[in-house]
Design a protein. Structure first.
Length: 379
């Protein structure tokens, strides 16, 4: 073998003769064939597999596109590249060009969701904040458009590199779709299918601008802020009880009693001050008095029982007056530790404020308004 043959052999080893992409990933959208300093031999084999397209690029300009199949590269089947390079017909020398492979399969179960709540106006709740999330599926529909708008000079592009930009587009357009639907917040869950269809219709042109096809779009959940959901739960409780103020008071009293009983220190251990504790006791006492049903009539010939004492006890704590309370409510508060026996109390007929323990059986029936409470201790 002569010197020229060795040179030709060494040069020939730099020529690329087979161009293909064996994709072993699950999230690659684009892959650039590693040409580097090598040259593509005219007559090289181009192998494009199913769910792929190959794009020849000359100096950053998209040229010829190849769909699945096996090709022998000739000037006849790369007419755009031939024109860009100014080749004459029948050119057979090796050439340099970038080759990009695009994965055109359907990418499913892609996630979208709100990073921050979306503000919207609701007919029932006024201005509210919503969070939403769901899934979508897409594929590359126009490789040249995708190359121009997304790929640029990057070699490998994965779904993670694209979904961030798509997520912003989804949230922006979906917010408009939700607002324009004018569906009440409480009715959104019943319209997920309709909203998903509307969302896909709004978003498809946006995806097409990137060379993508939005094949599926689903809204899986739209949720209200936690405080609004708690308010809705409270309203639901009132609906079950008949939405009456007395029943609401009873419900609040029952829940407060349960909370205090579960805390070793009672209301004080739960962090409620004595003033708030007394006010809570008033609420519970009145609720208990209101919730008691009518008493059974006495037997024939028996003396009628004395009328039940109404709310008549006033308490003073730190210069503030609380009450009036019924006898039963006040006993309940003392037994629960919410009111101390040393707490100053007054009832109609009493000469003035005195410790609660000084009233045997919590008696007294005279009418009248309580005197002004004693001044708060100086501290």
């Amino acid at each position: 073998m002569g010197l020229m043959d060795n040179i030709k052999k060494q040069l020939g080893s730099q020529f690329i003769e087979i161009i293909e992409w064996l994709d072993d990933t699950t999230d690659s959208l684009v892959w650039r064939f590693p040409v580097y300093n090598q040259e593509i031999k005219m007559g090289a084999q181009l192998i494009v597999r199913e769910n792929q397209v190959a794009l020849f690029v000359n100096e950053g300009k998209a040229a010829d596109l190849f769909t699945p199949g096996r090709y022998e590269i000739q000037t006849q089947n790369v007419p755009i590249l031939t024109t860009l390079r100014g080749w004459k017909y029948g050119f057979q020398s090796p050439f340099k060009a970038e080759v990009y492979f695009f994965n055109t399969r359907l990418f499913t179960d892609l996630k979208w969701g709100t990073t921050n709540p979306v503000m919207m106006r609701d007919t029932e709740f006024g201005m509210i904040r919503l969070r939403a999330f769901g899934t979508y599926a897409m594929r590359i529909a126009d490789a040249k458009t995708f190359f121009h708008n997304i790929v640029g000079t990057r070699g490998l592009t994965s779904t993670d590199e694209v979904t961030g930009q798509l997520r912003s587009t989804i949230l922006s357009r979906l917010s408009d779709a939700l607002a324009e639907s004018k569906i009440a917040a409480l009715d959104l869950a019943a319209h997920y299918d309709e909203l998903s269809v509307a969302g896909r219709g709004v978003l498809s042109p946006e995806f097409a601008g990137f060379g993508l096809e939005l094949s599926r779009f689903f809204i899986e959940n739209i949720s209200l802020p936690e405080e609004v959901e708690k308010a809705i739960d409270q309203r639901s409780k009132l609906g079950v009880l008949g939405d009456r103020m007395q029943q609401y008071t009873q419900m609040q009293a029952a829940e407060a009693i349960g909370t205090a009983a579960a805390n070793p220190g009672g209301l004080a251990g739960a962090g409620v001050g004595i003033g708030a504790g007394v006010a809570m006791g008033q609420m519970m006492g009145q609720a208990m008095a209101n919730s008691s049903g009518p008493a059974a009539p006495p037997p024939l010939g028996a003396a009628a029982p004395p009328p039940a004492a109404g709310p008549r006890w006033s308490l003073t704590v730190d210069g503030k007056t609380y009450g009036p309370y019924t006898d039963e409510a006040l006993r309940t508060m003392v037994a629960a530790g919410q009111v101390l026996p040393s707490t100053l109390a007054w009832s109609p007929g009493a000469a003035g404020w005195a410790p609660l323990s000084s009233y045997p059986g919590f008696g007294g029936n005279a009418a009248g308004a309580p005197p002004p409470p004693p001044p708060a201790p100086k501290g």
